[in-house]
Write a protein that binds this ligand. Structure first.
Ligand SMILES: Cc1cc2nc3c(=O)[nH]c(=O)nc-3n(C[C@H](O)[C@H](O)[C@H](O)COP(=O)(O)OP(=O)(O)OC[C@H]3O[C@@H](n4cnc5c(N)ncnc54)[C@H](O)[C@@H]3O)c2cc1C
Length: 184
């Protein structure tokens, strides 16, 4: 992170101050800026993003600002992007071979490395890269990769103050469906 500073807010994302010499436009506390200096859609919740970019009026409050996410067919906020991404990532672990070849293991490590660099919420991406630097991708089997992904997700859950997921259940959640048959 070359020209930005940030501190934590209640979302586990960050408030960002652009260090350009000139004072930044007044920001609501906790709104994350993109590298272009504008509020970052994929780094903020929809409510935080629109509260920065829109004048809040009675009619706005009655509509989108009280919603939990962006209206249908709008660019994703940090939560929608996160849910979709975790769905993809855990589904990749679910379809990963039980006994992968060395090539498959290498491909999955490359994928995770690139994913962590390209993730559109840059503050999330930086923290995920830190996690990966301390916790090398384990992918010598499907079970190992599924556990690693679950631990990676729990690391973000902890940061956001969310309940941790029981990783012994990752395969029921993402591959087989629950033992009680509700997914069948
Ligand atoms: C790499 C990455 C980094 C992120 N970093 C940030 C961040 O810094 N700040 C921020 O505000 N948001 C971040 N997010 C988004 C955040 O993790 C959530 O996706 C978002 O807050 C929506 O949360 P949710 O409660 O809907 O459920 P999600 O956390 O999206 O989880 C979706 C579903 O996955 C299952 N699940 C939950 N935990 C686990 C687990 N450990 N293993 C397996 N399954 C599980 C549950 O069934 C849950 O309903 C990040 C997302 C990703 C993919």
């Amino acid at each position: 992170m070359a020209d930005d500073t940030r501190d934590s807010n209640q979302n586990g994302t960050a408030s960002t101050v652009v260090d350009s010499g000139a004072p930044p436009k007044k920001l609501r506390r906790g709104v994350v800026l993109g590298k272009d200096g504008k509020p970052c859609r994929s780094c903020n919740s929809f409510v935080d993003f629109t509260s920065q970019t829109k004048t809040i009026t009675k009619s706005t409050i009655g509509h989108s600002l009280v919603a939990t996410g962006p209206p249908l067919a709008c660019p994703p906020d940090v939560e929608e992007l996160g849910r979709s991404s975790w769905t993809l990532l855990h589904s990749i672990t679910a379809s990963y071979p039980i006994s992968p070849t060395l090539t498959e293991q290498s491909q999955v490590r490359q994928f995770m490395g690139l994913f962590s660099k390209l993730y559109p919420c840059w503050v999330c991406a930086e923290d995920f890269q830190d996690f990966m630097a301390k916790n090398r991708v384990r992918a010598e089997s499907r079970e190992e990769f599924g556990q690693w992904m679950c631990e990676a997700h729990n690391d973000v859950n902890r940061k956001l103050g969310k309940k941790e997921f029981d990783c012994s259940k990752w395969e029921e959640r993402w591959r087989t469906g629950w033992k009680d048959g509700r997914c069948d």
